[in-house]
Write a protein that binds this ligand. Structure first.
Ligand code: NAP
Length: 475
């Protein structure tokens, strides 16, 4: 069935039912070692994951690893430009869950990015990046322990997808012409805007289906968190990009207030309900005045609209959510993208799950990772309805390759995420505990060691860090 790889003799497939994995006790999990420092971090991560499973479950559970190829390693085995062989795609499809190290971005061969290709081919629409602080990790933030957020980044659309044409290209020119001559003049709200003829052009599609399936997963995740963390923030730049980013926000709220009506309350609804709880005699108009700053300066029809909103909320959910019951629900709010970059720094503890589109999510997940110790510690997952790939979030760091010195934390924590996704929480918890204890006792690799005060000398090697994590499972 495969051209150049052979699945392990023992083990069974993970299958997906109703968008959730059904995991046997002996799953076969394909892994891509990764290029560059993949040779260091993957063996370290595999050892930690295997030890955690053995410690948590004895002989009852075991992962059967299946080596598959991508990146430079794939070209060595399959030939020039064979960065992503058919075998690899087939194995991921067959076994459902895979884990990978970093991959070099190909030069030539027609693939823009292997990571993006893997996400698109498998329709892995949610890129999930948890950012939590491990005590003792050097951080540029004064109170990094307040950061505990998970970014849900849409993976399959937005301008970042790369549907674009260079300046001066034939199609780019045609498109500019068509827009300038026909589409822009036919849209009165665009006035007499024109696109400069020497522009490059990129397309930013944001769909309702794409937005809503992402927000749905984010809310489902929030429902599994402890009560205090049950919050989903829709991050967008909808004040400017109304029909893309603004629509994302509106579609997100639609999911929250229809599919998850019994479980969710929006921030605005929570204000309306709590205003009435504080003063049951409050009139609709007084309530409207409280929720809308500047109410008095609005035109009468806008004031009327807000009053109708108050009325509609009280009628729809006072019974189910009023009397303080809303405090038990998932709180769904939204924030403008630029302000959230401030707020994750100034008020990080107010945020839990941040759901957003591709480009915002890219920036936001790295910004959050920086607050808790940088990319070496940031895990990631790409999740779809029938497949999930867990991955190191950093690149191949080629100058450190083969030196047994790089931090394997990102891929190890991705392994912990994978175990959680599989429902093997006990093993995941051991890994997180081992990492927490190792860092707190200053057993760290060079990247963290050099930033600690005083610096740790000598730092642990990559393989020694993995062993420290294992030694700290139980201590
Ligand atoms: P990079 O590989 O992430 O490395 C840049 C620097 O970040 C390293 O030199 C190192 O800094 C630090 N770093 C990265 N991983 C680390 C780790 N595990 N532990 C500690 N420090 C770590 O970025 P790049 O050099 O821009 O990219 C190299 C290649 O990777 C490119 O081909 C790029 O396209 C690819 N890439 C792949 C992925 C992926 O597969 N997911 C993601 C990003 C980039 P110091 O040397 O200062 O310690």
């Amino acid at each position: 069935m495969y051209e150049k790889i052979t699945p392990p003799d023992a083990g069974a497939s993970i299958i997906f039912k109703d968008e959730e994995p059904i995991v046997p006790d002996n799953p076969i999990i394909p892994f891509i070692r990764g290029d560059g420092t993949g040779v260091d971090i993957w063996p370290a991560a595999k050892k930690v994951i295997d030890e955690a499973v053995a410690t948590a479950y004895g002989n009852k559970r075991k992962i059967h690893w299946f080596k598959i190829y991508a990146g430079d390693e794939a070209c060595d085995l399959y030939g020039t430009y064979q960065y992503l062989p058919e075998d690899t795609l087939k194995a991921i499809k067959e076994y459902g869950i895979a884990i990978k190290g970093p991959l070099t971005t190909p030069v030539g061969g027609g693939i823009r990015s292997l990571n993006v290709a893997l996400r698109q081919i498998n329709d892995l629409y949610a890129c999930v990046r948890p950012c939590r602080y491990y005590l003792g990790t050097p951080s540029p933030h004064k109170y990094p322990e307040k950061v505990d957020a998970i970014v849900y980044r849409e993976n399959t659309e937005d301008i970042y997808l790369g549907i674009e044409w260079p300046q001066g290209s034939e199609i780019g020119q045609k498109l500019i012409d068509f827009l300038n001559r026909e589409l822009i003049p036919a849209t009165p709200e665009h006035g007499n805007k024109q696109i400069r003829l020497d522009s490059g052009i990129g397309i930013k599609p944001i769909s309702k289906i794409g937005s809503q399936r992402l927000v749905r997963r984010a809310i489902q995740h929030a429902l599994r968190l402890p009560k205090a963390k049950q919050k989903v923030t829709l991050v967008h730049k909808g004040n400017i990009m109304k029909y893309t980013e603004g629509a994302f926000r509106d579609w997100g709220y639609e999911v929250a207030t229809t599919e998850f009506r019994a479980d969710c309350v929006t921030e605005r609804e929570s204000w309306i309900l709590s205003n009435k709880e504080k003063n049951p005699e409050l009139t609709v108009e007084e309530n409207a005045r409280f929720i809308e700053p500047g109410y008095n300066t609005l035109t009468p029809d806008k004031q009327e609209k807000i009053s109708r909103e108050v009325e509609a909320v009280l009628e729809a959910i006072w019974e189910s959510h009023g009397g303080g019951k809303w405090q038990e629900k998932v709180l769904v709010n939204d924030r403008i993208a630029d302000s959230i970059f401030q707020q994750i720094q100034t008020r990080p503890d107010e945020y839990s799950i941040l759901a957003t589109m591709n480009l915002n999510g890219d920036y936001l997940s790295d910004a959050l990772a920086a607050l808790v110790g940088g990319l070496g510690m940031g895990p990631g997952a790409n999740i779809g309805d029938n497949c999930a790939i867990f991955e190191a979030t950093h690149g191949t760091a080629p100058k450190h390759a083969g030196l047994d010195r790089i931090n394997p934390g990102s891929v190890i924590l991705s392994g912990a995420m994978m175990l959680e996704f599989m429902g093997w929480q006990e093993a995941a918890d051991l890994i997180k505990k081992g990492i927490a204890k190792s860092i707190a006792s200053r057993q760290v690799t060079y990247d963290l060691a050099r930033l600690m005060v005083p610096p740790v000398e000598p730092p642990l090697k990559c393989s020694e860090f993995a062993q420290a994590i294992i030694d700290n499972f139980q201590s």
